[in-house]
Every structure is written in C-alpha cells, then in structure tokens.
Design a protein around this ligand. Structure first.
Ligand code: HEM
Length: 490
C-alpha cells in the first residue's frame, strides 16, 4: 500500500511508521483500545497502522464512525478474512465470515425474523408480554435462589460462573426450547471458558495478521479451537435432534423455524439468492454464541460495579422498592419508571466499553473517508472505547457517574445523551440482538437488585482492570450476597 497510487485529490493516510515484517505490533498489541485511542490523539480520527504486513485503518470519533458506517455504510459493510474467523462456526458464521453482500443480507434478515418470532413478539401466555420476558423472569428468580444457596454452602460466589448459565438458558430457551442445570458439565465446558474465545477474536490479535505465529505453540489458540469444537458439537447434537423430531405444523423454537425455512425454500423455485441449508441452520450457532457471551459479560460487570459503588446500589434498590415494590417480580413494562436503573446500565456500557471494538470491518470497494484514500479489502477497526471516552463528547469520561444520563432533578432519563453511547455498532452491521440485549440486561438486573445486596468478600479486594478481548472481562472474583427483606410492601 505504501507504494500504491493515491487518486488525485485524495490524501495518503497518516499513521505511525511500521517496522519491517511485524509492522506496528509492538505499539498496538498490549490493550489495543488504549494504544489506538492514544494514537488517535496524535494522528486524528482516521489513521492507518500495519499489523504484520497488513494495513489496518482505525476509525475513532463519533462523527467519523457515523460517516463510515451510516453515510458510506455499503463501502464499509464487509468482514476481513482473518485467520481466527475460519474456526468460528466452521467458517460459516453470519457475524464473522466473508459472505458476499447478497448471502449475508439474506441470512441477516432470516436471523432477525427468527429472533422476533421467538423473543420479542407477543407471547402466547397472558402472564408475560413476550417469550424473552418469560425466560428472563424465570431464570432471574432461579439465579437468586442459586446464589443464595451457594452463599449458604460456601459463603461467597464467582458471579460470572452463575450468571453465564442463567443467560445461556435464556437464549437456549429461544433457540432450542430447553434449559440446562447450573451443574451441566457439557454446557459449563464452553460457557464458563469463553474468556479465551474473546481473547483470540479481539481486534488486533497478532496471530490473525502474522502467519508464522500460527505455527508456534500457543496455549490461548489451542483453547480457542477447543472451545469452538465443544460449542459446535453441542449445537450440532441439538440440531440433529431437531431434524429428527421436526414437525412443520408445530414450530417449537428458532432451530425449528430455520429448518422450516429450508424446507419451504425447496418448494420456491424463484428464490434468487442461493444459500445452503447448512448456512441457514448454522445461523442458530451465531445467535446462541452472541446471545450468551455479550449479555453475561455485561451483567457480570454490572454486579462488580454495584459492589464497587455501594451507595449507587442502595439508590437503585430504593428506586425498585418505590416503583415496583417488594411483592412482584419486575417486568419489562416497569423499565420506563426506573430511570436510575436505565442510567446505570448506560453508564456500565459506556464506562466499561466491554466491547471495545466492533467486530472488524472491511472495505468492499475503493473508497475515501475525510479526504483519505482507502483501497478495497482494507481491514477496518472501529474504536468504540474511544467514542465512549472522548473528552470532546463526555464530561470527565473516566469517572463512573450514572447521573450524567439523568435530568437535573434525577427523575428523567436523558435519551439524547444515552444515544451517544456506542456498544452495538451502527449501520449495516449493527447488532441484531440490541433490543434483546438491552431488555435482558435490564430485567436480570432489576430482579437481582430487588432481592439481593451484593458485597465485597473481606480480604478479596476487587480488581476492575479489564482483560482485553472481543468482549473484555473483569478478573474472576469472589463476592457475597444477602437476601433483602422480601414480600413486605412499605
Ligand atoms: C454484532 C454488541 C447482544 C447477535 C454485534 C456487534 C456488536 C454487538 C458491537 C458488531 C457490530 C459491527 O461489527 O459493527 C452486542 C452487545 C450485546 C449484544 C453489547 C449485549 C449487551 C446480542 C444478542 C444477539 C446478538 C443477544 C442475538 C441473540 C449479533 C449478531 C451480530 C452482532 C448476529 C452480527 C451482525 C452482522 O455481522 O451482520 N453485536 N451484541 N448480539 N450481534 Fe450483538
């Protein structure tokens, strides 16, 4: 690229000078969200680094990201062919594969419609407004019981270990029509080990860009492949069972509805985009994978922040006690009456920015941004962490302060301020689970806050330093929880 012709009127991208062979790896690889944010201060909101021999364009700044992903959305909607992506869902992932625009769009639409039918559409039971609400209420109540029983036995618990099973059960209910025990070893075998998955897939992993690193012994990479294998085996078994018991007059869950789509399509000779059955039913792997890792990471962070800021935890509990009471389980419809809880969640998203970069993008044709030339097939990182900590956009970005999202009297959520937070990406590749993600995080948290008080375990101080990855996790920790007086209306 250093030698490519720049079309007239366009500028060459700025950026740090790369070393031969390794490029800028040494400056980038340790906490890329921080190193690339520092570089954006020096080189601006569009700059280029080189990882190994491969150029990567890094975008920061709310306006620049919006320009690329929304106004020039088509140009930036591709995915790069990175080494680690080939192992996800056998290279057939909706989110990570290099599917061309037509195939990707067809699969994305199918995925969205499956989620609507089995998550957010009005449910059949009058008691719950939708399947998502039913699953989360039941799993949330179960999680409270689980945590209190672990407290009784062990005196403390690892929040991620338990939250991840509850969250996995919600998405299992929608995808596969079943739930698992909190001690199910097969499920625990990948959900409880998902840290390595994120570490390998996180933007800027040198092994994605420097081929020789793939041949060196590498524990994280081995574990990554192992987790993918366990995950695929787990899903494959359930999918086979679904094929065996499939009945077109009784579509039970997302897996059935995807199988049904394949059957339907065989009758439709006019279908214009050819997508294999495997790629259609394989959508369920993406939904399941994306549905447990992101939400359990968000909730586990939320619990850790509650412990770190006990006065905010008390205010949140008081809000629930006043607006929902201590008799019935909170519902989705209570959300608008709980502005502090909504503000707290937005501040968790912003402050932790636990998805520091979106999944990497790729240009699908020669293009330009802010006057800089960007050739076709360039890998593009979107620095969400930078947008969420940009001093141009936020007052005291490094302090944790949910009140920044509330009106001065604290009674109303400031929606415009909330829309500045960037965690679901934007534009054509925007997360398709956003509504589910926001509602699920809210409802689980409301249930936990209503019934439990979380505290530090004496002698085990919290370490809130995130571990870098696609989703950044806090270090595993031990916490305490006690039941709030229950069933007493004040
Ligand atoms: C993509 C965030 C929950 C399904 C993404 C992306 C982000 C994201 C940042 C990448 C956007 C880009 O590449 O520009 C989150 C967060 C969640 C969440 C923060 C929860 C708090 C979910 C859930 C599901 C889901 C619950 C499904 C049940 C997907 C899928 C994609 C995606 C399928 C790939 C879209 C594509 O490549 O076209 N998400 N997500 N996500 N998400 Fe989510």
């Amino acid at each position: 690229y250093m030698h490519t012709e720049i079309p007239e009127g366009l500028k060459r991208l700025p950026g740090p000078k790369p070393l031969p062979i390794i490029g800028n790896v040494l400056e980038v690889y340790n906490n890329p969200h921080l190193s690339l944010t520092a570089m954006s201060e020096r080189y601006g909101s569009v700059f280029q680094i080189q990882i190994g021999m491969r150029p990567v364009v890094v975008l920061s700044g709310s306006e620049t990201v919006r320009q690329a992903l929304i106004k020039q959305g088509e140009d930036f909607a591709g995915r790069p062919d990175l080494y680690s992506f080939k192992f996800i869902n056998d290279g057939k992932s909706l989110a990570f594969s290099t599917d061309k625009a037509g195939v990707w769009r067809t699969r994305r639409k199918l995925a969205m419609s499956a989620l609507r039918s089995f998550a957010t559409l009005e449910g059949s039971t009058p008691e719950y407004s939708c399947a998502l609400e039913e699953h989360v209420c039941k799993e949330g109540e179960y999680l409270v019981k689980q945590l209190t029983s672990v407290m009784d036995v062990s005196g403390s618990f690892d929040p991620f270990r338990h939250i991840v099973v509850s969250v996995a059960n919600v998405i299992c209910g929608m995808c596969f029509g079943r739930r698992y025990s909190h001690d199910d070893q097969e499920l625990l075998g990948f959900v409880n080990l998902s840290d390595e998955f994120g570490q390998v897939v996180g933007s800027g992993n040198p092994a994605d860009f420097i081929p020789i690193l793939r041949y060196l012994p590498n524990r994280t990479m081995k574990r990554f492949m192992d987790i993918n294998d366990r995950f695929n085996t787990f899903v494959q078994k359930i999918v086979s069972e679904h094929y065996e018991s499939y009945d077109k007059d009784n579509i039970r869950d997302i897996t059935d509805s995807l199988i049904d789509h394949c059957e339907d399509r065989k009758l439709d000779e006019n279908a214009n985009v050819q997508v294999s059955d495997e790629k259609i039913v394989g959508i369920v792997n993406d939904l399941f994978g994306a549905g447990f890792d992101t939400i359990s990471t968000a909730l586990s962070w939320a619990v850790v922040y509650l412990v770190a800021y006990p006065e905010i935890q008390e205010r949140l509990h008081q809000e629930l006690k006043e607006k929902v009471g201590m008799i019935h389980t909170p519902r989705l419809s209570d959300k608008t009456n709980l502005p502090l809880l909504e503000a707290f969640i937005l501040e968790i998203f912003r402050h932790s920015s636990f998805l520091p970069f979106t999944i990497p993008h790729c240009t699908v044709k020669d293009t330009s941004l802010n006057g800089y030339f960007i050739p076709k097939d360039t890998c593009v990182f979107i620095n969400q962490w930078q947008v969420n900590h940009d001093p141009e956009l936020w007052k005291e970005p490094s302090s944790f302060n949910p009140d920044r999202f509330l009106s001065a009297d604290g009674t109303e959520l400031n929606k415009l301020e909330g829309e500045k937070v960037l965690v679901f990406g934007m534009g054509k590749r925007r997360c398709i689970g956003e509504a589910i993600g926001r509602n699920e995080v809210y409802l689980f948290l409301a249930i936990l806050l209503q019934r439990l008080r979380f505290q530090e375990k004496p002698g085990h101080p919290l370490d809130m330093t995130p571990e870098y990855g696609l989703t950044m996790k806090h270090k595993r920790c031990q916490l305490k929880a006690s039941l709030r007086p229950w069933g007493q209306e004040e």
